[in-house]
Write a protein that binds this ligand. Structure first.
Ligand code: FAD
Length: 298
């Protein structure tokens, strides 16, 4: 397990901007994530300092090089979970490693893959959950299913084994997109991966079964949604962050309701633009630097 001062989750404008500040301030800074959506052949015409059009790809590449120049480490790796198990440290589990960080800046943008189950919301809190570490306990020795096709779903399913041996994964009709290591672990644990699509949920008094599009059904007490990669809301739910709809609530310094945990950019939902993300990244970095100084042993 590696220790860092500031863990920045997201390689978009907010995360990279924050990294420039924290790395320049001498903080051991690690930026995780992969190329953000804007890093393609998209014309950016409204970002300060570029009188000629610059592509999203160029802008992100420049930002990455700038952060690296000051010593930030930038890795393409996806975060699976964040927990606060120890005073003054966050534990971050990724697809490839585990870390401890004194401060975390969430700059994960906006994305939520919707499962497309017509009556899903009726069962939220009555069998449908978005967080194994929050709700797994309520499903001890019960039949549970994780909905998702990737490493995030595999990790959630493996975590559920702490509570019950009856765990399944349903990919919601998508192709399996899990690394070999995760697939091996699932096989070893006897967790089946079902490539069917759930049409609706059933149960008079809470969830009792999932009904697939082909008309067949499976009996389940709990359904944990973990589609695509873990995103802003997944981290927010497991950490107990205050949200405003799908966005993270922060104060004027980009601080969330948890000391040491900051958020910046689209995930905060003020004005979904590069200039705003860059500015909020700088604010979050300044506050994170102060936080690390206050908790780091002298
Ligand atoms: C096609 C397109 C064109 C746009 N054009 C403009 C424009 O012309 N001008 C403008 O101002 N704005 C534009 N925008 C909006 C702008 O791109 C966003 O406002 C900005 O990128 C937000 O930055 P961010 O850092 O908050 O998030 P993002 O840029 O969305 O970055 C999110 C980062 O989080 C990472 N991430 C997410 N989940 C995880 C996880 N589990 N583990 C690790 N990393 C994770 C992603 O990999 C990514 O690196 C455009 C957006 C798009 C998609």
């Amino acid at each position: 397990m590696q220790d860092v001062d500031v863990m920045i989750i997201g390689q978009g404008p907010a995360g990279l901007s924050a990294a420039i500040y924290t790395a320049r301030a001498g903080m051991h800074t690690l930026v995780l994530g992969c190329a953000p959506k804007v890093a393609g052949d998209y014309d950016i015409d409204n970002y300060f300092g570029f009188p000629e059009t610059i592509s999203g790809r160029d802008l992100i590449e420049r930002g990455t090089r700038q952060a690296q120049r000051f010593g930030a480490e930038v890795l393409c790796d996806r975060v699976l979970s964040i927990h606060q198990e120890e005073k003054d440290f966050f534990h971050i589990r990724t697809e490839q490693a585990e870390y401890r960080a004194r401060a975390v800046i969430l700059s994960t943008g906006v994305a939520r893959v919707r499962p497309g189950i017509e009556n899903l919301s009726e069962y939220e809190g009555k069998g449908v959950s978005y967080c194994v570490s929050c709700d797994g306990f309520f499903f001890r020795q019960k039949a549970v299913m994780v909905l998702g096709e990737g490493n995030f779903a595999a990790n959630q399913a493996l975590e559920l084994l702490h509570y019950t041996p009856d765990v399944r994964i349903c990919t919601q009709g998508k192709d399996v997109n899990m690394g070999e290591e995760f697939q091996g672990k699932l096989q070893q644990a006897g967790i089946p991966v079902i490539q069917n699509k759930i049409a609706r949920l059933e149960g008079a008094d809470g969830l009792a079964a999932v009904r697939y599009v082909d008309g067949t059904q499976d009996t389940v007490d709990g359904l944990f949604i973990a589609m695509g990669q873990a995103g802003t809301s997944d981290f927010a739910i497991s950490l107990g962050l205050v949200m405003r709809k799908q966005f993270i609530e922060v104060d004027d310094h980009q601080l969330t309701n948890i000391p040491g945990l900051f958020a910046a950019g689209d995930c905060v939902g003020r004005f979904l633009q590069i200039s705003v993300a860059v500015g909020e990244g700088a604010l979050a970095a300044r506050a994170a630097i102060e936080h690390v100084k206050s908790v780091r042993p002298k």
